[in-house]
Design a protein around this ligand. Structure first.
Ligand code: ACO
Length: 326
Protein backbone atom coordinates (compact mmCIF):
# COMPACT_ATOMS: atom_id res chain seq x y z
CA UNK A 1 0.00 0.00 0.00
CA UNK A 2 1.29 3.45 -0.84
CA UNK A 3 1.46 6.21 -3.41
CA UNK A 4 4.39 8.43 -4.42
CA UNK A 5 3.97 11.72 -6.25
CA UNK A 6 6.52 11.75 -9.06
CA UNK A 7 5.83 15.08 -10.77
CA UNK A 8 3.50 17.99 -11.40
CA UNK A 9 2.72 20.20 -14.37
CA UNK A 10 0.43 23.03 -15.34
CA UNK A 11 -0.55 25.29 -18.18
CA UNK A 12 -2.36 28.62 -18.47
CA UNK A 13 -3.46 30.12 -21.79
CA UNK A 14 -1.57 33.14 -23.12
CA UNK A 15 -4.45 35.60 -23.23
CA UNK A 16 -4.93 37.54 -19.99
CA UNK A 17 -8.17 39.33 -19.11
CA UNK A 18 -7.66 42.01 -16.46
CA UNK A 19 -10.25 43.66 -14.24
CA UNK A 20 -9.77 46.79 -16.34
CA UNK A 21 -10.75 44.75 -19.42
CA UNK A 22 -13.88 43.56 -17.59
CA UNK A 23 -14.83 47.16 -16.79
CA UNK A 24 -15.35 47.54 -20.53
CA UNK A 25 -17.60 44.48 -20.77
CA UNK A 26 -19.94 44.73 -17.73
CA UNK A 27 -20.88 47.33 -15.11
CA UNK A 28 -18.12 46.58 -12.60
CA UNK A 29 -14.87 48.03 -11.27
CA UNK A 30 -11.38 46.82 -10.51
CA UNK A 31 -11.90 47.96 -6.93
CA UNK A 32 -15.14 45.92 -6.51
CA UNK A 33 -13.59 42.78 -7.96
CA UNK A 34 -10.38 43.04 -5.91
CA UNK A 35 -12.11 43.72 -2.60
CA UNK A 36 -14.88 41.09 -3.02
CA UNK A 37 -12.82 38.33 -4.65
CA UNK A 38 -9.08 39.10 -4.62
CA UNK A 39 -8.96 38.47 -8.37
CA UNK A 40 -6.82 40.81 -10.51
CA UNK A 41 -6.62 38.89 -13.78
CA UNK A 42 -7.43 35.53 -15.32
CA UNK A 43 -6.26 33.52 -18.35
CA UNK A 44 -8.71 32.86 -21.19
CA UNK A 45 -8.26 30.04 -23.70
CA UNK A 46 -8.12 30.97 -27.38
CA UNK A 47 -11.24 30.09 -29.41
CA UNK A 48 -9.44 27.18 -31.06
CA UNK A 49 -7.72 26.02 -27.85
CA UNK A 50 -9.56 23.06 -26.30
CA UNK A 51 -9.60 21.59 -22.82
CA UNK A 52 -7.64 18.59 -24.15
CA UNK A 53 -5.02 20.94 -25.68
CA UNK A 54 -4.46 22.51 -22.26
CA UNK A 55 -4.49 19.11 -20.53
CA UNK A 56 -1.88 17.88 -23.02
CA UNK A 57 0.54 20.67 -22.06
CA UNK A 58 0.05 20.17 -18.31
CA UNK A 59 0.36 16.38 -18.64
CA UNK A 60 3.58 16.61 -20.67
CA UNK A 61 5.07 19.02 -18.11
CA UNK A 62 4.23 16.60 -15.30
CA UNK A 63 5.66 13.62 -17.21
CA UNK A 64 8.88 15.59 -17.86
CA UNK A 65 9.26 16.34 -14.16
CA UNK A 66 8.50 12.72 -13.26
CA UNK A 67 11.16 11.62 -15.76
CA UNK A 68 9.08 8.73 -17.07
CA UNK A 69 7.86 7.72 -20.50
CA UNK A 70 4.17 8.10 -21.31
CA UNK A 71 4.17 4.36 -22.12
CA UNK A 72 4.48 3.68 -18.38
CA UNK A 73 1.17 5.40 -17.60
CA UNK A 74 -1.60 2.83 -17.11
CA UNK A 75 -4.35 5.10 -15.77
CA UNK A 76 -5.51 8.63 -16.63
CA UNK A 77 -8.28 10.38 -14.71
CA UNK A 78 -9.27 13.80 -16.00
CA UNK A 79 -11.51 16.10 -13.98
CA UNK A 80 -13.50 18.73 -15.86
CA UNK A 81 -16.91 20.34 -16.32
CA UNK A 82 -15.89 21.91 -19.61
CA UNK A 83 -14.55 19.03 -21.68
CA UNK A 84 -14.13 19.08 -25.44
CA UNK A 85 -17.38 17.24 -26.35
CA UNK A 86 -20.29 15.38 -24.64
CA UNK A 87 -18.49 12.22 -25.68
CA UNK A 88 -15.93 10.71 -26.08
CA UNK A 89 -14.36 11.64 -22.77
CA UNK A 90 -11.72 14.36 -22.77
CA UNK A 91 -9.47 11.78 -21.07
CA UNK A 92 -9.68 9.58 -24.21
CA UNK A 93 -9.02 12.58 -26.47
CA UNK A 94 -5.98 13.37 -24.33
CA UNK A 95 -4.88 9.74 -24.50
CA UNK A 96 -4.71 10.04 -28.28
CA UNK A 97 -2.84 13.36 -28.12
CA UNK A 98 -0.14 12.23 -25.70
CA UNK A 99 -0.07 8.67 -27.13
CA UNK A 100 -0.72 7.05 -23.74
CA UNK A 101 -1.43 3.76 -25.44
CA UNK A 102 -1.18 1.60 -22.31
CA UNK A 103 -3.57 3.66 -20.18
CA UNK A 104 -7.21 3.28 -19.17
CA UNK A 105 -8.73 6.76 -19.32
CA UNK A 106 -11.91 8.35 -18.06
CA UNK A 107 -13.37 11.68 -16.96
CA UNK A 108 -14.61 12.63 -13.52
CA UNK A 109 -17.25 15.32 -13.07
CA UNK A 110 -17.18 16.77 -9.58
CA UNK A 111 -16.90 20.45 -10.56
CA UNK A 112 -14.22 22.35 -8.62
CA UNK A 113 -13.56 19.33 -6.37
CA UNK A 114 -12.84 17.10 -9.38
CA UNK A 115 -9.07 16.93 -8.93
CA UNK A 116 -9.45 15.71 -5.34
CA UNK A 117 -12.02 13.14 -6.47
CA UNK A 118 -9.45 12.01 -9.05
CA UNK A 119 -6.75 11.59 -6.40
CA UNK A 120 -9.11 9.58 -4.20
CA UNK A 121 -10.12 7.29 -7.09
CA UNK A 122 -6.50 6.75 -8.14
CA UNK A 123 -5.50 6.04 -4.55
CA UNK A 124 -8.23 3.42 -4.25
CA UNK A 125 -7.61 1.84 -7.67
CA UNK A 126 -3.84 1.65 -7.30
CA UNK A 127 -4.01 0.21 -3.81
CA UNK A 128 -6.51 -2.47 -4.81
CA UNK A 129 -5.44 -3.49 -8.33
CA UNK A 130 -1.80 -4.34 -9.14
CA UNK A 131 -2.40 -3.55 -12.84
CA UNK A 132 -2.32 0.16 -12.02
CA UNK A 133 1.25 1.25 -11.29
CA UNK A 134 1.60 4.78 -12.67
CA UNK A 135 -1.20 7.27 -13.17
CA UNK A 136 -1.88 10.77 -14.36
CA UNK A 137 -4.54 12.88 -12.67
CA UNK A 138 -5.50 16.08 -14.42
CA UNK A 139 -7.79 19.00 -13.66
CA UNK A 140 -8.60 21.10 -16.71
CA UNK A 141 -11.18 23.73 -17.53
CA UNK A 142 -12.18 25.88 -20.44
CA UNK A 143 -14.85 27.17 -18.10
CA UNK A 144 -15.04 30.57 -19.75
CA UNK A 145 -17.15 28.94 -22.49
CA UNK A 146 -19.81 28.40 -19.78
CA UNK A 147 -19.42 31.97 -18.53
CA UNK A 148 -22.13 34.53 -19.21
CA UNK A 149 -20.17 37.60 -20.26
CA UNK A 150 -23.30 39.70 -19.63
CA UNK A 151 -23.64 38.61 -15.97
CA UNK A 152 -21.39 40.68 -13.72
CA UNK A 153 -22.21 38.40 -10.75
CA UNK A 154 -20.30 35.51 -12.31
CA UNK A 155 -18.19 36.56 -15.31
CA UNK A 156 -15.60 38.27 -13.12
CA UNK A 157 -14.83 35.04 -11.30
CA UNK A 158 -13.61 32.47 -13.80
CA UNK A 159 -10.50 31.60 -15.80
CA UNK A 160 -9.12 28.71 -17.88
CA UNK A 161 -6.15 26.41 -17.30
CA UNK A 162 -4.89 22.92 -16.55
CA UNK A 163 -2.85 21.14 -13.90
CA UNK A 164 -1.56 17.57 -13.67
CA UNK A 165 0.16 15.17 -11.32
CA UNK A 166 1.94 11.85 -11.92
CA UNK A 167 1.42 9.27 -9.19
CA UNK A 168 3.12 5.92 -8.70
CA UNK A 169 2.03 2.93 -6.64
CA UNK A 170 4.89 2.20 -4.27
CA UNK A 171 4.72 0.05 -1.15
CA UNK A 172 5.38 2.07 1.97
CA UNK A 173 5.23 5.48 0.24
CA UNK A 174 3.05 8.11 1.89
CA UNK A 175 2.20 10.45 -1.01
CA UNK A 176 -1.50 10.29 -0.19
CA UNK A 177 -1.84 10.04 3.56
CA UNK A 178 -5.54 10.66 4.09
CA UNK A 179 -8.42 11.88 1.99
CA UNK A 180 -12.10 12.62 2.14
CA UNK A 181 -14.61 13.27 -0.61
CA UNK A 182 -18.27 14.13 -0.13
CA UNK A 183 -21.38 15.37 -1.95
CA UNK A 184 -24.79 16.77 -1.11
CA UNK A 185 -27.24 16.76 -4.02
CA UNK A 186 -29.80 18.85 -2.15
CA UNK A 187 -27.83 21.90 -3.27
CA UNK A 188 -27.86 21.23 -7.02
CA UNK A 189 -29.65 24.54 -7.70
CA UNK A 190 -27.35 27.03 -5.98
CA UNK A 191 -24.51 26.61 -8.46
CA UNK A 192 -25.39 25.22 -11.87
CA UNK A 193 -25.51 25.42 -15.62
CA UNK A 194 -29.27 24.94 -16.06
CA UNK A 195 -29.34 24.02 -19.77
CA UNK A 196 -27.27 22.25 -22.39
CA UNK A 197 -27.79 18.73 -21.07
CA UNK A 198 -30.48 16.17 -21.93
CA UNK A 199 -32.94 17.70 -19.43
CA UNK A 200 -32.89 21.01 -21.26
CA UNK A 201 -31.18 20.87 -24.64
CA UNK A 202 -30.12 24.17 -26.12
CA UNK A 203 -32.94 25.77 -28.11
CA UNK A 204 -34.05 29.31 -28.86
CA UNK A 205 -35.68 29.75 -25.44
CA UNK A 206 -32.51 28.64 -23.66
CA UNK A 207 -30.43 31.06 -25.71
CA UNK A 208 -32.87 33.87 -24.95
CA UNK A 209 -32.80 33.11 -21.19
CA UNK A 210 -29.02 32.58 -21.34
CA UNK A 211 -29.48 29.45 -19.24
CA UNK A 212 -26.66 27.62 -21.02
CA UNK A 213 -24.35 29.61 -18.73
CA UNK A 214 -23.29 29.40 -15.07
CA UNK A 215 -25.84 30.55 -12.48
CA UNK A 216 -24.87 30.98 -8.87
CA UNK A 217 -26.29 32.08 -5.53
CA UNK A 218 -23.02 33.63 -4.43
CA UNK A 219 -23.60 34.18 -0.73
CA UNK A 220 -25.10 30.71 -0.17
CA UNK A 221 -22.14 29.13 -1.97
CA UNK A 222 -19.74 31.26 0.08
CA UNK A 223 -21.05 29.99 3.42
CA UNK A 224 -21.15 26.34 2.38
CA UNK A 225 -17.68 26.58 0.85
CA UNK A 226 -16.05 27.70 4.08
CA UNK A 227 -17.82 25.16 6.31
CA UNK A 228 -17.30 22.20 3.99
CA UNK A 229 -13.60 22.87 3.34
CA UNK A 230 -12.86 23.44 7.03
CA UNK A 231 -14.69 20.28 8.12
CA UNK A 232 -13.09 18.09 5.43
CA UNK A 233 -9.64 19.46 6.30
CA UNK A 234 -10.12 18.75 9.99
CA UNK A 235 -11.35 15.27 9.19
CA UNK A 236 -8.29 14.29 7.13
CA UNK A 237 -5.94 15.76 9.73
CA UNK A 238 -7.68 13.65 12.35
CA UNK A 239 -7.54 10.54 10.14
CA UNK A 240 -3.79 11.06 9.83
CA UNK A 241 -3.29 11.89 13.52
CA UNK A 242 -1.77 15.24 12.51
CA UNK A 243 -2.28 18.90 13.47
CA UNK A 244 -2.71 21.87 11.14
CA UNK A 245 0.69 23.05 12.38
CA UNK A 246 2.31 19.98 10.74
CA UNK A 247 1.26 21.27 7.32
CA UNK A 248 3.69 23.29 5.21
CA UNK A 249 0.96 24.57 2.87
CA UNK A 250 -2.79 24.62 2.87
CA UNK A 251 -3.81 24.70 -0.80
CA UNK A 252 -7.50 25.58 -0.93
CA UNK A 253 -9.53 25.71 -4.14
CA UNK A 254 -8.89 29.21 -5.50
CA UNK A 255 -12.43 30.60 -5.79
CA UNK A 256 -12.30 33.77 -3.73
CA UNK A 257 -9.65 35.32 -1.49
CA UNK A 258 -12.15 35.89 1.32
CA UNK A 259 -13.14 32.20 1.31
CA UNK A 260 -9.46 31.14 1.28
CA UNK A 261 -8.60 33.44 4.20
CA UNK A 262 -11.64 32.32 6.21
CA UNK A 263 -10.67 28.66 5.77
CA UNK A 264 -7.03 29.33 6.74
CA UNK A 265 -8.10 31.28 9.81
CA UNK A 266 -10.56 28.64 11.00
CA UNK A 267 -7.84 26.01 10.70
CA UNK A 268 -5.55 28.21 12.79
CA UNK A 269 -3.02 28.77 9.99
CA UNK A 270 -1.08 31.93 9.31
CA UNK A 271 -0.76 33.55 5.88
CA UNK A 272 2.71 32.01 5.39
CA UNK A 273 1.05 28.58 5.26
CA UNK A 274 -1.91 29.34 2.98
CA UNK A 275 -1.17 29.31 -0.74
CA UNK A 276 -2.90 31.97 -2.81
CA UNK A 277 -2.82 32.53 -6.56
CA UNK A 278 -6.47 33.42 -7.18
CA UNK A 279 -5.28 36.96 -7.97
CA UNK A 280 -3.58 35.69 -11.16
CA UNK A 281 -5.96 32.98 -12.35
CA UNK A 282 -9.44 33.58 -10.92
CA UNK A 283 -11.44 30.42 -10.35
CA UNK A 284 -10.21 27.70 -12.72
CA UNK A 285 -12.51 25.08 -11.14
CA UNK A 286 -10.95 21.58 -11.28
CA UNK A 287 -7.62 23.03 -12.47
CA UNK A 288 -7.11 25.36 -9.52
CA UNK A 289 -5.50 22.96 -7.03
CA UNK A 290 -3.08 21.22 -9.43
CA UNK A 291 -2.00 24.60 -10.88
CA UNK A 292 -1.29 25.84 -7.34
CA UNK A 293 0.62 22.70 -6.35
CA UNK A 294 2.72 22.89 -9.52
CA UNK A 295 3.57 26.53 -8.81
CA UNK A 296 4.69 25.65 -5.28
CA UNK A 297 6.84 22.78 -6.50
CA UNK A 298 8.46 24.69 -9.37
CA UNK A 299 9.13 27.76 -7.21
CA UNK A 300 10.91 25.53 -4.68
CA UNK A 301 8.45 26.57 -1.97
CA UNK A 302 7.91 22.98 -0.86
CA UNK A 303 10.64 20.49 -0.01
CA UNK A 304 10.42 16.73 -0.53
CA UNK A 305 8.88 15.18 2.61
CA UNK A 306 6.77 18.25 3.52
CA UNK A 307 2.99 18.05 3.79
CA UNK A 308 0.29 19.73 1.74
CA UNK A 309 -3.35 19.89 2.72
CA UNK A 310 -5.51 20.27 -0.38
CA UNK A 311 -9.17 21.19 0.00
CA UNK A 312 -11.94 22.06 -2.44
CA UNK A 313 -15.66 22.56 -2.88
CA UNK A 314 -17.78 22.93 -5.98
CA UNK A 315 -21.10 22.50 -7.71
CA UNK A 316 -23.10 19.48 -6.65
CA UNK A 317 -22.32 20.30 -3.94
CA UNK A 318 -19.07 18.40 -3.90
CA UNK A 319 -16.21 18.87 -1.49
CA UNK A 320 -13.19 17.16 -0.08
CA UNK A 321 -9.66 17.28 1.27
CA UNK A 322 -6.45 15.34 0.67
CA UNK A 323 -3.42 15.28 2.89
CA UNK A 324 -0.42 14.57 0.72
CA UNK A 325 3.34 14.38 1.16
CA UNK A 326 5.47 15.87 -1.58
N1 ACO B 1 -19.33 44.50 -9.90
C1 ACO B 1 -20.00 45.42 -9.19
N2 ACO B 1 -21.05 45.11 -8.43
C2 ACO B 1 -21.43 43.83 -8.39
C3 ACO B 1 -20.77 42.81 -9.11
C4 ACO B 1 -19.68 43.21 -9.90
N3 ACO B 1 -18.97 42.33 -10.62
N4 ACO B 1 -21.38 41.65 -8.87
C5 ACO B 1 -22.37 41.89 -8.01
N5 ACO B 1 -22.42 43.21 -7.73
C6 ACO B 1 -23.35 43.92 -6.86
C7 ACO B 1 -24.65 43.18 -6.68
O1 ACO B 1 -25.53 43.48 -7.72
C8 ACO B 1 -25.12 43.73 -5.36
O2 ACO B 1 -25.70 44.98 -5.59
P1 ACO B 1 -27.00 45.44 -4.76
O3 ACO B 1 -26.55 45.48 -3.34
O4 ACO B 1 -27.29 46.77 -5.35
O5 ACO B 1 -28.03 44.39 -5.04
C9 ACO B 1 -23.81 43.95 -4.59
O6 ACO B 1 -22.78 43.99 -5.57
C10 ACO B 1 -23.49 42.87 -3.58
O7 ACO B 1 -23.66 41.63 -4.20
P2 ACO B 1 -23.43 40.31 -3.41
O8 ACO B 1 -23.74 39.14 -4.29
O9 ACO B 1 -24.11 40.40 -2.09
O10 ACO B 1 -21.86 40.38 -3.18
P3 ACO B 1 -20.97 39.46 -2.29
O11 ACO B 1 -20.24 40.24 -1.30
O12 ACO B 1 -21.69 38.22 -1.84
O13 ACO B 1 -19.88 38.98 -3.35
C11 ACO B 1 -19.36 37.07 -4.67
C12 ACO B 1 -20.28 38.25 -4.49
C13 ACO B 1 -17.96 37.58 -4.95
C14 ACO B 1 -19.83 36.26 -5.86
C15 ACO B 1 -19.35 36.21 -3.39
O14 ACO B 1 -20.67 35.92 -2.97
C16 ACO B 1 -18.63 34.90 -3.58
O15 ACO B 1 -17.44 34.85 -3.79
N6 ACO B 1 -19.34 33.79 -3.45
C17 ACO B 1 -18.76 32.49 -3.67
C18 ACO B 1 -18.51 32.34 -5.11
C19 ACO B 1 -17.82 31.08 -5.38
O16 ACO B 1 -16.84 30.75 -4.79
N7 ACO B 1 -18.38 30.33 -6.28
C20 ACO B 1 -17.89 29.09 -6.62
C21 ACO B 1 -17.57 29.22 -8.01
S1 ACO B 1 -18.08 27.94 -8.94
C22 ACO B 1 -17.19 26.64 -8.57
O17 ACO B 1 -16.32 26.71 -7.77
C23 ACO B 1 -17.56 25.48 -9.41
Amino acid sequence: MGIKILGTGSYAPKRILTNADLEKIVDTSDEWIRTRTGIEERHIAADNETASDMAEKAANNALDMAGISVDEIDLIILATVSGDRPFPSTACILQKKIKAKNAVCFDVQAACSGFLFGIEIINSMMNSNPNFKKALVIGVEKITYLTDWKDRNTCILFGDGAGAMVLEHKDGASGVIASKIATDGTYTDILEVPAGGSAKPIDEKVLEERSQYIRMQGQEVFKLAVTSMVNASKEVLEQAGMEASDIRWLVPHQANLRIIKAVGKRLGLTEENVYINVNKYGNTSAASIPIAVDELVRAGKIERGEYLLLTAFGAGLTWGASLIQW
